[in-house]
Design a binder for this molecule. Structure first.
Ligand code: ADP
Ligand code: MG
Length: 529
């Protein structure tokens, strides 16, 4: 049915906290697609109820307070990571739902008696975005998507993102690095070349990237960041001050009442956002709780200055990664020609001011910071469709790729920061007579000590010609495509015998699971958003 229909292109910012979808209009201009309620971004939150009811976005967010165990968020931080990853261990303590170890060793989540992969949960968010596009564009599908990922995502995290898209029934045209997308979203290809600093403060992370733009070619030359600094921390600062006040002034221990705490947190975030526009806001929570038998209605005026002082140390922490990225790029602040702010949290005036001070330049204001990435993803669709012709995107490998040399060391095959697509190869020989198989351990990372890199897969080359040790020579070819995904092929140099090749990934979903989940997703009912 769908084969005959022409695919529409959409650009997707699949965010940790919020996601956003954009498309290209008839004139080739990018535009954000709003949902029915007029919202331009969708909270990346999924609430699962029983086996079949799925809520995504605002309705799911409303369940977070009362049903925290089955309301999932921050999936992007788990996707493609191992359960014992230090980042996951840190996150687990802060997340209200259960993060569990899948049989593969990956970090999954528990919903009732079932383990669910973050890819599957993210697919619900992608499906909801696809739904928004479908409604806005009056187009049932198929859809081809450009999806953005952080520049530091490794190959497993990139593959996980592609798998989530496949489960949601989307064809991925390209994975695009977020800072590159943001720069495109700001129209950096129109305002000439130079070095751009892209500062992205989202809900949970802070990322700084330095881009070089020259003759319409974009290249990420350095990245730095703080994976434990984001808007959530600002909300928590407000909450902990208000909680202390509630204790002293009303004798009410909000920290011990999860529902009241959830409500306070929600209102604190709203007040924080409002204070980006006004100098004073108020927090009103009717019937927050009961104190000595009496109902407590909470009212508190919050001033912008108070928020700034509660979060003063968080704002200070923005400096380090900016200077780190500059140092990694070998640049002084005055070499930066444009500062681009990305992420909802950069709407806070004190945050923008701090970044502008550190980087010594006013930030561009021509695009919304929480829409720039999606607009850039849609612009990439226009580039791929040939509507925009003067831009070349040069993305680079986020990590080096290498293999185990046999003595606990890593032999690099493809360096870090190589412009993609790229390739590298190596000739391997047998070490025993009549050896029929050769196994290769593939890693991602730059450390010569094997253990400090990420194990990607075990590759078994089989059906080798039987002969004396060292006489078989196999040329193994590694390719990294434009999406940062690894491909491996091999051939025997001496004989014409083809080499069989089996790649066993140490993480991620097997192809068959992705296909099955995609069928289930397509066959199941609509989601509520
Ligand atoms: P992510 O990239 O993590 O998905 P976003 O870029 O959407 O996240 O940023 C989310 C964060 O931005 C949240 O902490 C949210 O409260 C904050 N935020 C959104 N709008 C504003 C605003 N107007 N002022 C201050 N913070 C805001
Ligand atoms: Mg983001």
């Amino acid at each position: 049915m769908s084969e005959t229909r022409k695919a529409r292109s959409i650009g997707i910012d699949l965010g940790t906290t919020n996601s956003c979808v954009a498309t290209i209009d008839e004139k080739g201009r990018p535009e954000i697609l709003e949902n029915r309620q007029g919202q331009r971004t969708l909270p990346s939150i999924v609430h699962l109820e029983g086996d079949s009811r799925i809520l995504v976005g605002a309705p799911a967010k409303r369940q977070a307070v009362t049903r925290p165990k089955s309301t999932f968020f921050a999936m992007k931080r788990l996707m493609g990571r191992r359960f014992h990853d230090p980042e996951v261990e840190r996150l687990r303590k802060a997340l209200p739902f259960e993060v569990a170890e899948a049989p593969s060793g990956d970090a999954w989540v528990r919903h009732a008696d079932r383990l669910v992969s973050p890819q599957e949960i993210s697919a619900h968010v992608l499906f909801a975005l696809r739904d928004v596009a479908s409604e806005r564009l009056a187009h049932e599908g198929p859809f081809e998507a450009v999806i953005t990922v952080p520049a530091y995502f490794d190959e497993v995290q990139r593959q996980a993102t592609k798998d989530a898209a496949a489960i949601a029934g989307l064809t991925v045209r390209r994975l695009l690095n977020e800072p590159t997308a943001a720069a495109l979203g700001y129209g950096a290809h129109k305002f000439g070349g130079g070095r751009l600093a892209v500062c992205d403060l989202g809900g949970g992370t802070f990322d700084v990237s330095i881009l070089n733009v020259e003759d319409g070619a974009f290249e990420v030359i350095a990245t730095d960041g703080d994976s434990a600094l984001g808007g959530d921390d600002f909300d928590l600062r407000v909450v902990s001050h208000l909680a202390a006040e509630l204790e002293v002034e009303h004798g009410f221990s909000v920290l011990e009442d999860p529902v009241a705490l959830g409500r306070l947190r929600e209102e604190a975030e709203k007040a924080k956002q409002a204070l980006s526009e006004t100098a004073e806001g108020s927090i009103d929570i009717p019937f927050l709780g009961t104190v000595r038998g009496a109902r407590l209605d909470y009212h508190r005026v919050l001033k912008r200055g108070e928020l700034e002082s509660f979060a003063a140390d968080l704002i200070e922490r923005l400096e380090g990664p900016c200077l780190g990225a500059l140092a990694a790029a070998g640049l002084r602040p005055d070499a930066i020609s444009q500062v681009l702010l990305v992420g909802g949290m950069t709407r806070m005036p004190a945050v923008a001011r701090k970044l502008e001070n550190v980087l010594g330049r006013r930030a561009a204001r021509n695009t919304s910071p929480d829409e720039a990435v999606a607009i850039g993803a849609a612009t990439q669709c226009a580039i791929l469709d040939g509507h925009v012709t003067d831009v070349v995107l040069l993305d680079v490998t986020s990590r080096a790729l290498g293999i185990h040399s046999g003595n606990g060391k890593l032999v690099p095959i493809i360096p870090r920061n190589a412009t993609v697509p790229t390739r590298g190869s190596r000739i391997l020989t047998t070490s025993g007579d009549d050896q029929a198989e050769l196994a290769i351990e593939v890693y991602q990372g730059e450390d010569v000590e094997l253990e400090r890199n990420r194990h990607l897969s075990t590759v078994v080359l089989g059906e080798l010609p039987k002969t004396r040790a060292g006489e078989v020579m196999v040329l193994v070819d590694f390719t990294v495509d434009v999406d940062g995904i690894l491909g491996i092929s091999a051939r025997e140099l001496g004989s014409s015998v083809p080499v069989s090749i089996q790649v066993k990934a140490s993480s991620g979903l097997p192809r068959s699971d992705v296909d099955r989940l995609a069928k289930e997703r397509a066959a199941s009912g609509p989601i509520e958003r």
